[in-house]
Design a protein around this ligand. Structure first.
Ligand code: ZN
Length: 189
């Protein structure tokens, strides 16, 4: 879906700076007035780590769809739920220091990262003042983490986590896809 790709990467308008901050701080004032603090461990109650996408439609959607509440899980997010070294590092911290015993990679249907338009992305970077030299020095599709399709990406990421020499073999790693419209989860790996 082209519109999804536009939402996550390759925006053509110049990026506005800090225009929502005031609104967020006002919302925060209201929030802290009604919020009742609770003591929670930094060890996740369900002993799981979830690697998922940064997609805005997963906000306040993925967790309820998985039955997860505050304090239940480590959630690691990036564009296209991929597992570069940084994500492996977070998983290792979750496993060795924070009591995680199971890992779930959760992709979603209509992921913007499966529809990255290299040309649009380059144009958007140019419009936002990034030099030709920098753009030319990047293999844009690979650098931005574009994926071929959602399901094979999840399978590949599960494989990569399992193959990592720092992730213990006894930690189960599952791959799932959530339907962004219905919230239905499907196990794919
Ligand atoms: Zn996505």
């Amino acid at each position: 879906m082209k519109s999804d790709a536009k939402a996550e990467v390759g925006q053509t308008e110049s990026l506005e700076k800090g225009s929502v901050l005031k609104e967020i701080l006002e919302a925060n004032q209201k929030f802290i007035q009604q919020f009742q603090p609770v003591k929670l461990s930094h060890h996740p109650r369900k002993k799981i780590a979830v690697v998922t996408c940064m997609d805005t439609r997963l906000v306040d959607f993925l967790e309820p769809a998985m039955g997860l509440k505050r304090g239940d899980a480590k959630i690691i997010k990036n564009a296209g739920n991929t597992v570069p070294a940084e994500v492996i590092r977070s998983l290792a911290a979750a496993i060795y220091s924070l009591g995680v015993k199971e890992v779930l990679v959760v992709g979603h249907t209509h992921c913007g990262m499966a529809h990255v338009d290299e040309q649009k992305l380059a144009n958007s970077m140019r419009e936002n003042g990034i030099s030709e030299e920098v753009i030319a020095g990047l293999n844009l599709k690979e650098w931005i983490g574009a994926i071929s399709d959602e399901e094979s990406n999840v399978k590949e990421m599960v494989k990569e986590i399992k193959a990592s020499p720092v992730i213990p073999s006894q930690v189960p790693v599952h791959g799932l896809i959530i339907d962004i419209e219905t919230g239905m989860l499907r196990v794919v790996a």
